[in-house]
Design a protein around this ligand. Structure first.
Ligand code: SUG
Length: 455
């Protein structure tokens, strides 16, 4: 019974491919890993292969795995908008001398973190029975603000069928509607086909007085506003009975938790979270319990077990929590969790041995991404799809052996194995990336999605 429902309605993890310009530029304020690794040599080839290896393991374990392409970088068009002119080589060379921080921003491969690509509501929860998408505006930082247009085109290319999929405009890219997508959104439910409750976690409120008892982070920016989360819920037709809006703990943001998915992860009825995740922990859980149609299974990690520093350094909560057909759950943790004794012990003693469905841990090495503050859960966008919706996808985006082999060979052919910040102005790198991406859109059969292809 369970098995047949599982095969009809499945969660598909769409992982972002690490792009050919993956580098460490220290661009993300409040993201401890990015801030501390800026200037390091990166290895784009290794990064892309690590990502593909993670996708392959999950596919081999029987999970539905999808793939999303990287973006066109360097974004020379963005430099032109900022007043640089001449040939592409001139633009890159002038930016390298006059505004190296802008050159680094337009080269970021940050679209690999598809948990920030947008927010998705599965058809079972939407009033019109379609899957709803809103690309995130990512207006908190310039390098990520450059993503939503292409993200929207990619999502519309893949989820093209209007009978099944509905696409909404990006929220206004202004601080009041600061939106970082699914990284601050968790759907909790029984089986995937049963109605879900949507937990939206925000860092600050933009309009009106700050609600009593609420306060804001002092050190690092809050990247998600209540108003943004409410607007996405409104676009998708979600009602009050289907939504919970909870404020993230400001002290967690100040400790480097720049998204909720750095301190909590949920799937099905399970919510694995650190006690510092929510400003009002009890209130949040009570509201979830009241609105959910199935009992909530909270798995709480106290600060005595895992300090904030360990949580941020290990990315324990940025693990992927996966539901298998037999009702058990698997946690896909980054290798860094093994390096911190308290974290590894907590995984064994509190999570695996605890009274909850999590019965297995898989360790994956995604170090190239981790050094920029992106763990296993950052690298994927979850989309719950019925069998008919999966059949309605456009392109060759669901991973199978053949696609894995093709993508691996594509990376081997086109990617460099070392990139220093000074290499970013190399016009040859820009050329290589365009050739690679053009080939990729053919390989994935998604048509033209990049500015250079659209003319
Ligand atoms: O937005 N890092 C990303 C990491 C995003 C992780 N995503 C989730 N938690 N869902 C960010 O902070 C660093 C780029 C650099 O420094 O080169 C960066 O953008």
């Amino acid at each position: 019974m369970k098995g047949s429902a599982f095969s009809r309605i499945r969660e598909v993890n769409f992982d972002g491919l690490v792009g050919p310009t993956h580098n460490y530029s220290g661009l993300a304020v409040g993201n401890v890993a990015s801030m501390s690794h800026g200037g390091l040599l990166s290895n784009p080839k290794e990064g892309a292969l690590q990502g593909l290896a993670k996708m392959k393991s999950l596919m081999d374990a029987g999970y539905a795995q999808g793939v999303l392409p990287p973006q066109q970088r360097p974004d020379v068009g963005a430099l032109r908008d900022l007043g640089f002119s001449g040939s592409n080589s001139d633009v890159l060379a002038r930016a390298a001398v006059e505004a190296p921080q802008l050159l680094r921003a337009v080269c970021s491969a940050s679209s690999m973190w598809t948990a920030n690509a947008g927010t998705i509501t599965p058809s079972v929860d939407a009033p019109d029975g379609r899957v709803h998408f809103t690309p995130a505006n990512l207006q908190s930082s310039f390098h990520r603000y450059l993503e939503p247009q292409t993200t929207g085109r990619v999502l519309q290319a893949i989820f093209r069928d209007e009978q099944c999929f509905a696409h909404h405009p990006v929220l206004p890219a202004t601080p009041a509607f600061s939106d970082e997508g699914a990284a601050n959104h968790t759907r909790l439910c029984g089986e995937y086909g049963e109605p879900g409750v949507h937990l939206f976690v925000y860092g600050r409120q933009a309009f009106g007085d700050v609600r009593s008892g609420e306060r804001e982070p002092q050190r690092y920016p809050a990247r998600q506003t209540l108003e943004a989360s409410q607007s996405v819920a409104r676009q998708h037709g979600l009602t009050e009975a289907q939504t919970v809006f909870a404020q993230q703990h400001p002290d967690a943001i100040d400790a480097g938790v720049f998204h909720n998915d750095v301190i909590a992860v949920g799937n099905g009825p399970v919510l694995l979270y650190h006690e510092m995740a929510f400003l009002d922990e009890e209130g949040t859980l009570d509201e979830l319990r009241a609105k959910m149609h199935t009992p909530l299974i909270p798995v709480r990690v106290p600060v005595e077990a895992v300090s904030m520093e360990d949580a941020v350094a290990s990315y324990l909560f940025n693990s992927q929590l996966l539901s298998s057909p037999d009702g058990t759950m698997t946690l896909v943790v980054p290798g860094e969790c093994q390096e911190r004794e308290a974290v590894w012990r907590t995984i064994q003693d509190l999570i695996l041995a605890g009274n909850n469905p999590i019965g297995e841990v898989i360790v994956k090495d995604v170090k190239q991404s981790m050094r920029n503050g992106g763990g296993p859960a950052c690298l994927r966008l979850r989309v719950v799809l019925t069998e008919a919706e999966r059949a309605a996808l456009t392109g060759r985006v669901l991973l199978n052996e053949a696609l894995y082999t093709d993508l691996t060979a594509w990376v081997e052919r086109h990617y460099r194995d070392r990139l220093a910040p000074d290499d970013l102005a190399d016009p040859q790198l820009a050329e290589e990336s365009l050739v690679a991406l053009d080939e990729l859109t053919q390989l994935l059969q998604i048509g033209s999605v990049y500015p250079f292809q659209l003319g």
